[in-house]
Design a binder for this molecule. Sequence first.
Ligand code: NAD
Length: 482
Amino acid sequence: MSEKTPITVAKGDGIGPEIMDATLHILEAAGARLEIEEVEIGEQVYLRGNPAGIEPSAWESLRRTKVFLKAPITTPQGGGYKSLNVTARTMLGLFANVRPCVSYAPFIKTKHPVMDVVIVRENEEDTYTGIEHRQTNDVVQCLKLISRPGCEKIVRYAFEYAKFNGRKKVTCFSKDNIMKMTDGLFHKVFDEIAAEYPEIENEHWIVDIGAAKMADTPENFDVIVMPNLYGDILSDVAAQIAGSVGLAGSANIGAQGAMFEAIHGSAPRRAGQNLANPSGLLLGAILMLVHIGQADVADKVHNAWLRTVEDGVHTYDIFKEGVSKEKVGTREFAEAVVARLGQKPETLKAVSYNAAAEPFKIPVASPSKIEEKKAVGVDVFLDYRAGTPNELGDQLAALGTDALKLSVITNRGARVYPGGVSETFVVDHYRARFLAAEGAAIDHAAIIALLTSVTGGGLDVIKTENLYTFDGQPGFPNIGLK
Ligand code: NAD
């Protein structure tokens, strides 16, 4: 137990150095067993011409320690700079973003005095892969990618997290009533994996009503797992309604490493004035202590912090006349926490982390079951503004081949041929579905022959999407026609 764990620390920009010094001071005073390697990240590194905001030598440290305690950085204005978080996420495979959102009433003002929610957000895929295109004059697209391994890793992580931390329920948010394939897969995998954890309650909400319920009665939620976009938005909502985004820490977890930080930014206007609240970074550091198996130190630091908050020793951002007792700066706040090490809160609930010798294993995806894939058609996307949908439909019907016949045309998903109505507002972006005869399979040559015919007819094909069945099940939603 006395062995020190190497970690990589970056003090970042703005208020970063002050809140990191405060955090490290508390960790050291609490007896955290850490061997710190400090690296430089952020604005100066960017401005020295490194578009990733981090030097190769810093990466070496990270690869070695696999644990990164990171203060916020300032991303310089202007283009060309890559988000350091995105780079770290990709390099370390950080697939899970974990954000506990807890209220501290009556000591910190909140409309939700009973709130202790952990948001587990998928961090690698969904609409965040940056695969976007302008396809026509009027239409741009963003690809939403959801993978089975991605769903398995994040959902299993949520259940393992719940099990390890004595949580009772895992809720899934998705929009699978609309995105039946992508969010449908997320929900399906959730149901499959939930069945392996009968001791943990599980439920699914469509994200809109789920989000409304979370914002209204957060006390009814425990752990919530969701795809990237919803998680990005709702983790900020959850942190804000708990009291303040300034008080939340987060963990980014992957098979190759983990990164811990505050969720706020570098607050440049507050920098260098001994004003900033170090709590977000400290709570991030507590998640790190649990991750590296130092639950004893995590308990000590967290309880001392709760006691400090409860004693009304507050930085300016949470100071409230009548509730707070003493307005302090960053350093004084840290000293107040140090002075309370070994104490527990009296009103707020004391924490007790799982002191298992080994924290739970980071889930890896199980090997995919390979299903038989058969091409049965193709969606041809067209840039078209020369005529009406009916004119386009008649033209495409005539350009179909023996192997692939026109089935239906949609414009932004709405069916416009056959049987379209003149009221439908259309843009210059059409999807024409061509299907093989029932039961027949097609090959690339058949698709190329179709495209040759369609483009030969003077139409502008902007992309195609092959239509497959997997073990006989369609890998595309039915759009209402054969
Ligand atoms: P911000 O989080 O830095 O500040 C928002 C507001 O909260 C400000 O009023 C600020 O004074 C206050 N605040 C934030 N943290 C505080 C703390 N610990 N104590 C007291 N008050 C605090 O957000 P912003 O102003 O939009 O961004 C500033 C810079 O931070 C930008 O360059 C942005 O790119 C960067 N940023 C970095 C990260 C990161 O490194 N993880 C995250 C978000 C923003």
